[in-house]
Ligand binder design. Structure first.
Ligand code: GSH
Length: 215
């Protein structure tokens, strides 16, 4: 019985477990959640409290929330885990994952969510606040990201979170030139991440602010 991963290839939080699975060589069946796959959309609504993806099903085991899905994938195979075995490096990795999720991906999603509304219903204050949060997060991260991976050691869950967060946040609110922008470029060259970026390419027309003509 194969592992099923529910989601959409363009969704930032789905990239996270996809990157982890490609990085660790874990086989899975991708279950597309979109209007053409009503059965997967219905299953997704059962799996997650909000119906938001990703979710994983392995036999009787059901896991939702991108970070928990990545943690589950760590149990499969013997490739180095995305949550490092060293407790201090694991703590740094989890902390940075939370920062990328809550202070980069979430404000980025807020800007996108407003763009999806009818123009007379858009909350421009929410957009200004979201961009101010991104500026704060960029400033904090810039001082902490070195010339390697996020935790300063090995590729981890923090890089799985950073890749989609920084990919899309740079589209909605440009990251200034410097260490964080360089880290984004480094992430995009990494094979497991280049693969998810390529798989999402056909869906760029859905980006409500108009996808820039670059990665
Ligand atoms: N905290 C959740 C966030 C999941 C999330 O925001 N999913 C978005 C895709 S990136 C989603 O499902 N959007 C579609 C919707 O809200 O209907 C996680 O880490 O998995």
């Amino acid at each position: 019985m194969s592992i099923k991963l529910y989601g959409h290839p363009f969704a930032a939080f789905v990239w996270k477990p996809l990157i982890a699975a490609y990085e660790r060589g874990v086989a899975f069946e991708f279950c597309m959640v979109d209007p053409d796959h009503a059965e997967n959309a219905a299953r997704m609504r059962e799996l997650s409290p909000t119906g938001q993806f990703p979710a994983l099903v392995d036999g009787d085991r059901e896991v939702t929330q991108s970070n928990s899905v990545i943690e589950y994938l760590d149990r499969i195979g013997d490739a180095p885990p995305m949550i490092p075995t060293d407790v201090d490096v694991a703590l740094d990795s989890r902390m940075l994952t939370y920062v990328f999720d809550a202070y980069v991906a979430e404000p980025m999603q807020n800007v996108v969510a407003e763009a999806l509304r009818a123009s007379n219903e858009q909350d421009l204050h929410r957009v200004v606040e979201a961009k101010a949060k991104l500026d704060k997060a960029y400033g904090w991260l810039e001082k902490r990201i070195g010339s390697g991976w996020a935790n300063g050691r090995n590729f981890s869950i923090a890089d799985c979170a950073a890749a989609p967060a920084l990919f899309y946040s740079d589209w909605v609110h440009a990251i200034p030139a410097g260490p964080l922008k360089d880290y984004r470029a480094r992430l995009l060259k990494h094979p497991s991440i280049a693969r998810v970026v390529d798989e999402a390419r056909p869906y760029r027309r859905f980006f409500p602010l108009g996808a820039p003509d670059r990665d």
